[in-house]
Design a protein around this ligand. Structure first.
Ligand code: TRP
Length: 362
């Protein structure tokens, strides 16, 4: 297995301290694992084994993952889209909340603006990247417009007290109450597909970035407490690593210098690749002697996450980098070209996707 992040300890800590389990232990049992799972980008899970069994038995299950419409969608967000596609191919019912209550609470975003961003950024690109949203087995909704969700939020709130939330999120007496509310809305998002209206209790998988784990823990707890009333099962989850930004820090919608946006045009995306931090050494001589620092290279990460499907080809690049025969300049040029191709294809698909996106949350 390719593990490009063997040197990173933080993710291991999460696994050890918070009881997240390693996906690598399950990999042999997963049929045609999704590329990001195989490569250790999706590195952890809670109770994914049950979802895998259900998939293998071709039984019904649901997927929930939310989009917070706070700004432009970037290539880091594409990771979750690739996972959604994998589950859709395996028959999952997709429940996809647009977290406009959360973006209101966390970012002061108006509902009107959130709706616009959801359509133009998120839904358009979900469709363009290959998720079929025009489908009876999909429920896309705005949190602010969903009565069933709001009632369920209230029921979920009835099963938790302030000191519990405080211990999970570090809330203080001066914490704004909308901030206290927002995670409970997310809990309800995750439980919604188990409501009778959607066929009742079932297994649910939530693929998310690891920052969302506190919400998952809270949801699993509340699900058990609602078991008696509503028969809910605790959801399963998987966790992916973050995409590093161009500058070497986290890729962030609000920091243009770190991000390649899905609505960038292909030439700009290709240009941005060339600004990315590499794992190159100080001099060519040093590079040839020591090899590149492949696990610190943003360019290599783009290849792993997004641009190279063939494991053998990727392994070859990795080796040539490590043994010093591949030069950063050449590698960058190749990566930039691949990015441009990916974006050319995306641009073409966005045209039709834009029209479909409008009708998804009408
Ligand atoms: N909080 C998530 C984010 O910041 C968005 C979200 C809302 C979500 N509801 C969800 C994620 C339900 C997973 C499941 O991106």
């Amino acid at each position: 297995m390719i593990d490009p992040w063997a040197s990173s300890v933080d993710y291991d800590k999460l696994v050890n301290q918070f009881g997240i389990e390693k996906i690598s232990d399950l990999l042999n049992d997963i049929k045609n694992p999704q590329k990001l799972m195989k490569r250790g980008v999706v590195f952890g899970h809670r109770n994914f084994k049950e979802i895998n069994d259900i998939i293998n038995k071709k039984q019904d299950f649901a997927l929930v993952t939310g989009m917070m419409p706070s700004g432009q969608m970037h290539i880091g967000h594409k990771m979750v889209v690739d996972q959604i596609k994998w589950y859709q191919e395996r028959g999952a019912f997709l429940s996809l909340p647009i977290a406009d209550l959360e973006s209101f609470a966390a970012r002061g975003m108006s509902f009107e603006m959130a709706r616009k961003i959801a359509i133009e950024e998120y839904l358009t690109n979900y469709i363009a990247l290959g998720v079929d949203l025009d489908n009876d087995n999909v429920n896309v909704y705005l949190q602010s417009e969903n009565k069933l969700l709001q009632d369920l939020t209230f029921r979920a709130s009835n099963k938790v007290n302030f000191s519990q939330l405080k211990s999970i999120y570090g809330f203080t007496p001066s914490t704004n109450i909308a901030h206290v509310n927002a995670p409970l809305v997310q809990v309800a998002d995750i439980l919604l597909p188990q409501m009778e209206e959607f066929g009742g209790p079932k297994n649910v998988v939530v693929p998310v970035g690891v920052d969302q784990d506190p919400h998952i823990r809270l949801t699993r707890d509340i699900a058990s407490r609602l078991h008696e009333d509503l028969g809910f099962l605790p959801p399963s989850s998987t966790y992916h690593r973050f995409l590093t930004g161009l500058s070497g820090d986290k890729m962030s919608s609000s920091k243009p210098a770190t991000a390649i946006y899905l609505n960038d045009d292909a030439k700009d995306a290709a240009k941005k690749v060339k600004t990315a931090k590499t794992g190159g050494r100080e001099s060519l001589k040093e590079q040839q002697e020591l090899g590149g620092e492949v696990d610190k290279c943003v360019i290599y990460e783009m290849l792993v996450y997004h641009l190279i499907d063939d494991d053998v080809e990727l392994e070859k690049i990795r080796e040539e980098c490590l043994n010093g025969t591949l030069r950063c300049g050449d590698c960058k040029a190749m990566t930039s070209e691949l990015m441009e191709k990916m974006f050319d294809d995306l641009k073409e698909k966005q045209i039709e996707a834009r029209e479909i996106a409008k009708s998804v949350i009408e």
